[in-house]
Design a protein around this ligand. Structure first.
Ligand SMILES: O=C(O)C(=O)C[C@]1(C(=O)O)C=C[C@@H](O)C=C1
Length: 357
């Protein structure tokens, strides 16, 4: 390409950037005015954000992918929202965990993230209004449910107002290169399990596998000791300056974790919503069937059903169900009323927009 041609395209880009800059700031002015109209009320509107991102994907003419454009607009909205009022999002720390990556994926980089030492603490800080929302892992495609999050959802006064789906890639990390002299490998128990086959195949005999509170903690420990390694994701690798000796070592290539967003807020209807419920059955034969039947009969489509031992001792099991639709939908209302007659306990954890990015 000649220098002239290169210059022509760069000039065109400069002109476009100027227009984009002006337009983004015009958009931000509107968001600021919307913030004034809200008059100090709730600024974050999950249903509106889902609609904006869905529309961007639908309108996108390319060549950028719809996913890429939605991520760019995710950041623009994040910055616009921060003009109204910056948000603080609690997550299971330390810095660099997948929970933090999920919080940033959902709220963008303009939100402040607050590392908490446990999922319990992350819920507590939001319940005490020390942060606006908590982003908590709820299920992994290979390892199943995250029990602690499910248990906390039974009793928390917080409502589910969003979901985040994050592809999980694990890397084998060290402060130094080479595999042969590794003495121990740190990671979260779930990540050790998710990379079990790779570890069996590639680690020398006798290497200790030590489970720690988080992958970021594993990365921190590995950064302090050259004879150790860690399994963790990109952000932990970057944060602790570790070398990636092997990338994407998870046994299941589609390894995905789903997170829920909870706060003191009910989302409004977005048009493509999910509702999460917790239900418990009296301990008698046929009780489980009686729970599912009203949902099926009223045409409620269930996307998840998970059982968990009850911690109250009152009932043997509680069931977590995700269904398509918004809690005020007529068929869901009828199903919920019928469910209340047969269940020992029903709690609507929240209706929220399905993840868009
Ligand atoms: O529409 C609103 O309520 C806004 O505040 C604007 C906006 C946006 O930037 O589009 C920003 C934050 C909300 O979470 C949703 C959308």
């Amino acid at each position: 390409m000649s220098d002239d041609l290169l210059k022509q395209h760069r000039d065109a880009i400069d002109a476009i950037d100027q227009q984009v800059l002006q337009l983004i700031n015009q958009r931000a002015e509107h968001a600021r005015t919307i913030g004034e109209i809200k008059g100090g009320g709730v600024v974050y509107r999950p249903e509106r954000e889902a609609q904006v991102l869905t529309r961007i994907k639908e309108l996108n003419p390319g060549p950028l992918s719809g996913e890429t454009c939605a991520r760019l607009f995710r950041e623009i909205m994040s910055a616009c929202l921060a003009l109204e009022r910056p948000l603080t999002i609690a997550f299971l720390g330390p810095e660099g965990t997948f929970s933090q990556a999920a919080a940033i994926k959902h709220f963008g980089h303009a939100a402040a993230t607050l590392a908490c030492s446990s999922i319990d603490d992350a819920f507590r800080v939001v319940e005490a209004r020390g942060a606006d929302y908590v982003v908590a892992p709820v299920e992994n495609s290979t390892e199943g449910a995250v029990g602690r999050t499910l248990d906390l959802m039974v009793t928390t006064p917080l409502q589910v107002c969003g979901e985040v789906v994050l592809r999980i890639h694990h890397h084998f990390l060290r402060a130094t290169t080479g595999l042969s002299d590794v003495k121990r490998v740190y990671s979260h128990a779930q990540s050790l399990a998710q990379c079990h086959e790779w570890l069996n195949k590639n680690l020398p005999e006798g290497v200790e596998r030590i489970s720690v509170a988080s992958n970021a903690e594993a990365a921190r420990l590995a950064s302090l000791d050259a004879s150790s390694a860690a399994i963790a994701g990109d952000s932990a690798a970057e944060k602790f300056g570790l070398v990636k000796l092997a990338e994407n070592i998870e046994d299941e290539p589609n390894n995905t974790t789903r997170f829920l967003v909870l706060g003191y807020q009910n989302a409004a209807r977005s048009g493509k919503d999910k509702t999460s419920l917790v239900i418990s059955a009296p301990n008698r034969p046929g009780a489980l069937h009686a729970l599912v039947e009203p949902l099926a009969r009223n045409g409620v489509s269930m996307t998840k059903f998970e059982s968990r031992p009850s911690r109250t001792g009152l009932w043997e099991y509680v069931f977590f169900a995700d269904v398509d639709g918004f809690v005020e939908d007529a068929h869901l209302q009828t199903a919920l009323k019928e469910l209340q007659d047969v269940a020992a306990f029903v709690k609507v954890l929240g209706s929220y927009p399905q993840a868009v990015i």
